[in-house]
Every structure is written in C-alpha cells, then in structure tokens.
Design a binder for this molecule. Structure first.
Ligand SMILES: N[C@@H](CCC(=O)N[C@@H](CS)C(=O)NCC(=O)O)C(=O)O
Length: 202
C-alpha cells in the first residue's frame, strides 16, 4: 500500500487528492512544519534526503517530486481516466501542464510567497534560503551520481538530457565546485555526439 508522507500546508495535497479520485487505498504519515522556520521537520529527512513533501513509499520505491508521484500513482491505477491516452493531442497538453506546474509556475509563485513573508513579519525567509536549497539539491545529485551512472540507472534517458542542461547553467555559475561525480557526469554527457550536434546550435 502507498504511504504518503504528508506535510501540513503542502503539495502533498495533490497526492491525497489523486488517490481519492482513483479510490486507491493509502496510509498517511503526518509531519508538521517547524512553527518558526515553516520548514519540514527532521522526520521527513529520515524518509528522503531532500526532506520535501510529498514523499511516497510503496514497497521498495521511495519517491519525491509531486509530478513524478502523480505518474507513479496513475501507473498503479486500473483505469486511465485521469491521464489522456498516449499520443492523443490531449496527452501532450496534459504533459505540458503537468511539467509547467513545477517546472515554470512554481518558481515565480513561491518566490513571491517568500518575498511577501519578508514584508509581512520582518523575517528574512530568502536569506540563505536559496544557497541552502541549491546545496541540498546539488548534494542529492552528487550522491545519486555516486550510486548510478545515469539519473535513471544504468542507461542514458531523457532525464539526463533534462538534467544536463540545467547543470550546465549551475556549472557556469560556479556552483559545481567540489562536485566530483557531477562534473565527471557533465563531461561524459558533453562527449555524446548528439549533445555536440545540439551544442553546435549555440
Ligand atoms: N517540486 C517539488 C517541491 C517540493 C517542496 O518544496 N515541498 C514543500 C512543501 S509544498 C516542502 O516540503 N517544504 C518544506 C521545506 O522546504 O523544508 C514537488 O513538486 O514535490
């Protein structure tokens, strides 16, 4: 059975909602935000190194990222009613919006939220937040690449294409210093001939 690690006032509402729509059984483990920092508690870190909600655990699978979890849950469902048929025009609209929510919209919305908190109560949620988040993410990437050759395992996948391009920006900003595995991974990706064809376009 799927266990949802739920953080109050968080995106894990998406997962509960989806499971309810699909009438799939689940259990919830509740985690409470720290009353001062509003951040997730240590208990969430014990479940996944990123300590971000939602996280689900189902047998040997532990998964974070709400969009990935939506796909996981839909793959367990006996009906495909909440995901358009692959290759239909609606499927691609579906994919675009599924990724848009976290890939594009969330950055400006959450940044506005954090900035409004600064104005409201004089705290400085942005102070150190970005640097801390980057280190958290880059450490997670480094430890993943320490265990796996590619992001999804032994084989190159589209996930590597998605990750390489954003990691190059991080590298250009000097954020990958001391990230030995990540730097080696980037070099390997940049040696692929298809990458080089794409890079020739500037
Ligand atoms: N892109 C991630 C975002 C995860 C995320 O930032 N979750 C927030 C709650 S909505 C969180 O755990 N915040 C607590 C913290 O950063 O300590 C997703 O869609 O799951």
């Amino acid at each position: 059975m799927i266990t949802i690690h739920h953080l109050n006032k968080s995106r894990s509402k998406r997962v509960i909602w989806l499971l309810e729509e699909l009438k799939i059984a689940y259990t919830i483990v509740e985690h409470q935000r720290d009353s001062k920092s509003n951040l997730a508690p240590e208990s969430l870190k014990l479940i996944h190194p990123l300590a971000k909600a939602p996280i689900i655990v189902d047998g040997t699978i532990t998964l974070c990222e709400s969009g990935a979890i939506m796909e996981y849950v839909l793959n367990q469902a006996t009906t495909d009613k909440l995901r358009p048929a692959i290759n239909s025009p609606e499927y691609y609209y579906y994919l675009e919006w599924l990724h848009f929510a976290e890939g594009s919209l969330s950055l400006p919305v959450i940044t506005t939220l954090l900035m409004s908190m600064e104005d409201r109560d004089g705290t400085k949620p942005l102070d150190g937040y970005i640097a801390k988040e980057i280190q958290l993410d880059l450490s997670y990437i480094e430890s993943t690449l320490n265990e796996r050759r590619y992001f999804s395992g032994d084989n190159f996948s589209a996930a590597d294409i998605m990750m390489t391009i954003i990691l190059e920006i991080a590298d250009n900003l000097g954020l990958l210093k001391n990230k030995i595995k990540t730097n080696a991974y980037l070099t390997t990706m940049q040696q692929r001939s298809a990458y080089q064809t794409a890079a020739n376009y500037g």
